[in-house]
Design a protein around this ligand. Sequence first.
Ligand code: V47
Length: 720
Amino acid sequence: MVTIQDITDKLRRGERLTTEGALMLWHEAPLWLLGELATDRKRQVSGQEVYYNRNVHLEPTNICLFNCEFCSFRRREGDADAWYMSLDEIEERAKALRTADITEVHIVGGVHPKHDLDTYCAMIRRVKKALPHVTVKAYTAVEIFYMIRQEGVSVVEGLRRLQEAGMECIPGGGAEIFDASLRKRICPEKCSAEEWLAVHRAAHNMGIATNSTMLYGHIETIEQRIDHLDRLRKLQDESPGFDAFIPLKYHSRGNRLSEAGECSVEEDLRMIALSRLFLDNIPHIKAYWVSYGKATTEMALAFGADDIDGTIGDTTKIYSMAGGVERPTMSVEELEAMVRSAGFTPVERDSHYNPVERYDDDALKQEEDSDEESVIETTETEEIMDNKEISRGPKPTSKPTPTPRPKTTPKTTPKPKSSTSTKQGIVGFYQRYPIISHLILMVILGIVAILLLLGFLKQGTRHGKSIEVPNFVGMNIDEARQVADDESLNIIVRDSIFDVDLPGGTVVDQLPRTSTVRDVTVKPGRKIYLTINAYSRRMVDIPFVAKQTLRQALNQVERAGLTINELVYEPDMTSTDYVLRQYVGGREILPTTKRTAAVGTGVTLRVSYRQDEFYVTVPRLVGLSLQQAKSALWDNGLNVGKIVYDQSVDDIISRRQARVYKQSQSLGSRLGRGTEVTLYLSCDEQLVDSLSVEATKQLKALETKRRKEQEALKAQEGEE
Ligand code: V47
């Protein structure tokens, strides 16, 4: 019988939580255990960081065609408290926000009978016209599905038009609960679960990031909640693109489900933790403070949440009308204080979870000065600077426009006396006390001389000083910056990768690298270029690789930042290792398909083989890193089987450093194309090195044997 301990062990080993396991955790796990497990998971994904943003909502109307049981927001046309904003009003509201320093406008509202796709696009355009630098996160999948169907265009075409108008990402609303029978009861007019998922799937395939939600705590069962999470997880496996999941607690005031009441705070915390544990492929879990209130939101941070939403500025009514926070608004200072008091580090993010770096004029000036200095650096630096540099936060234009910090009240300094009166005072003092004045002057000159001398000495010692380059790999970027500061080194984040198993912001590579065989030293102030693990997945174009050799296809797939899911071999009359077709998320990619996928997405290749060339030789894998071993297997027409780490591999960084010490099928053996080979990895250098030496010997022996066989064959042919 499965126990809570079994499930806990599985989760700690990084294994996926099943729906049965989730149900058991829900019913049997103590709250503290859920908090501990979810926090461990959260730390793997986002380390110490908790995100917030500077955002507003725009709710153009509360007039809605749909009449959902749980909704307190909806009004009919003509109702006294119904509102409707014209396009001009929308633009005026957006203009009024120009000084508010926000990075995102979230547009969501009622499905108005007179709105069509063009109106929805026009609303976005008006907002972008007034606030061109702000990201528009617009319309729930329910609204999108409605406008697209009404317009008679495909989902892709509808999304393309919204995107063209300036929509950059899609919020998670409208998901409610996916279970068909319950959906029919609480929101019968809304699009179905399948339709909601189809909109998000299409968006993901187009490279549009979206969020996901679930409305819980009304009349649904826990099984229905887990089923909802399961459908989201499946879609994310198939077509990744969800940035965040937001469990939305049902509020009961002023709607027709009021009798259901509201769930307890304990249940909220369990829900947050379960979401974090179950949705292992969605990076961020948001505790929406407008819904939970400040106290529960702060607690949610100890249950796996890593995002609390934003400043809001009293711009949403969906929650206050249902009994949530009245006039919701929080300053950056309040949001940051909340995160800090929960023991985490607040990070302002943009809509894509990139940290926003704000410059004040002084910091910017310093940065420009140091950049000027770097012009006289070595050619090595110049080459590196040519690489794509990933900036944190809103991309600076050619010359970065300083984004002011939140207005700080200027210090009130006493007004200086006029310079003429000061001059008169000094002259008077000198005339009255000439000897004392001379003494004072000498003391001042002496102090200045000592300070200058100290300055020269410091310069002199700094000049010849060299610093041993610290190993930043494995550190969080903030920690790395701290270490670099202490060592007077300059950190530049030059590139990012995305590894789902690594927390965002973890340093994965550095230049110059450290070495175990020689000291790597640099001068103070030297730039160290870091590659970090991105906070969320980057989208890349899927290359069309069919009709090429397997080698060429593998090259292109890897260069695009994608990986191989599986090589599936098909018998063919004429060729071997020729790619016949390619699939992503179960769908075939054709030359005409313009598709993007998240970095690291797996591509399945169907590859040809001639019957007489079915068998391949297992390559030598011992001593290789996981990535190298994978490439070697695919190059040889084999698949990657299980990946097993020994005890020396105890964290995610060590996984990246581990090397293969054993392979399930020995080097040189013959296997059918497509067979899976299990890889055993370790960080134990001695073990890997000794087995690597063995493997080299084995390889040499095999080569000698093969050479002899060939020579014998040639000799035999010669005799004949
Ligand atoms: O879809 C409506 C919910 C959603 C009630 O993507 C209610 O970042 C509780 O989706 N009690 C809209 N919830 C809000 C939403 C959202 C909010 C914040 C951030 C994001 C994001 C998305 O609000 C609706 C519905 O599920 N809702 N009525 C109610 N009485």
